[in-house]
Design a protein around this ligand. Sequence first.
Ligand code: F6R
Length: 580
Amino acid sequence: MCGIVGYTGFKSAAPILTDGLRKLEYRGYDSYGIVIPERTGFFIHKACGRISGYIPSPEVSSGTCGIGHTRWATHGDPSDENAHPHTDCTNSIAIVHNGIIENYSELKRGLEKRGHVFRSETDSEIIAHMLEEAYNGSLFSAMKQVIPYLTGSFAILAVHAGDGEIVAARFKSPLALGIGDGELFAGSDITPMIGFTNRFIFLDDGDIAVITPETYVIYADGIKVSRDIQQLDLSPDQVRKGGFPHFMLKEIYEGPDVFADAIRSLTSETLPEPIKDAGSFTVVGCGSSYHAGLIFKYLMEEAVAVPVRVEIGSEFKYARTPLSEVIIGISQSGETADTLAALEKGRCHNHSTVAITNVLNSSITRMAENTCFMHAGPEISVAATKSFIAQTGILMQIINIRSNERYDEVLGRISHLMQIVSLEPLTEAVNLCKDSLHIFFVGRGVMYPVMMEGALKMKEISYIHAEAYAAGELKHGPFALLGPETPVIAVCLPGRTYHVMISNIKEMKARKTPVIAIGEENDTELSDIVDIMIPVPGAHLWQHVLQVTVLLQLFAYHTAAALGRDIDKPRNLAKSVTVE
Ligand code: F6R
């Protein structure tokens, strides 16, 4: 979690750093801070909360080098003291850190015994004090001496008072450099650098880089190494809202194009070799990525009769049963610690590993032997929307390629069908639900994970307790909670589950539960028994999966908007979950 950014060049650093931190806030926004080396000492501004309103005035510091941090608190409350940057006792070294130093307590005790005084409760502050002890005129040498003592994960940027140089170190937390003309950037990802340069280097684990306005040198094990420069032509527009009130809404509307791009990106030729004939799969992911895996399970087992086991990333490490032939790790960010750990476990047991991710050069692409890219473009809103659509597209395309009965036509029409959603009944549904304390989301078969995803979206951005249930499970306990105060949203579409869903809905209505149904247009049997009917056009089951997904994304969005929630940055969350 946390985002870090660095700049050294010929422009005033403060506005570049603060603007960069705003773009990195999806990684956490409990506090922010920047530090700019002055001739002696530093200019430091740090505070609890978001950076949104902070605009550095030019007279504050005109320094042309600096580093910054936006925090998702792990060690110590969100507070001014715990906000990065952290400095050493002499106030001549400052650092920002993303990751977790697992052995910090032990290191801190040693430093305290040797007279160091700490000002924060963070694990990160020890790095500044350790650099102070190791420093004898070269920040790089100090970093080189300190790194072997740290266990855990880190991306660190450090500066020394009076210098225009940044020292950057990476181990298991992402860190990229941006190469400009007379200016260099560093960041947890490239979003703060887009618009300044299109030339990037993604550091490897163990790399230490020394960055000045004109040059950079990268060391691995103390020896100079060269890393490839990647040219990525991304425009600032790709990270702007483009007229939408929130990134989430913009990203939902990008869904149909993203779906089309995702399925186009994967063909029988580009499908990773291990997937082509595997007799079983294990899929691992967290949150929405886990739900995409569950959808894959239902559809793959039905269409190709190949067994798929799906595991939550954080639980996979406790699994003892034998793994299947191929492990697929799904992660939008490519940085989710639990998903990475699951792939690592798979590799240790000599299984083939495939990553499905949206981020080029993310950690998961280094961990897995093969990668399928989602091509969804940058997703800024914390809630996954278009990335979930892209994941589902990639997974459906895998089934399509593996199946004897080709689904090309079905897939080809999905983007169009996703755009035909009726907003009017959705508004009624929002009015019915927005003041509820609890909402149930129910479905059967593949619609069960689709509803799990809908409930996750609702709870994370509206803060209403939303719970998904397999409709058949309601009678085994949750029915005790149903009644006039607790609406249920149910998917009831033609097919194998239709009649039993109708019976389940009647049972709910007998308990005076308000029911909102997503059903096929002109289905009067259904519309007659429910309070609100949200119609979708007749379609194939796979097409319904995407139509219902988009409806539920919009349902959550408009409910959260009606409640005035902070939609793109819901409380207590971060987009990239890089800790266990
Ligand atoms: C929900 C959401 C999260 C992520 C989860 C995994 O809207 O965004 O549940 O899906 O944190 O993230 P990735 O896919 O980056 O591994």
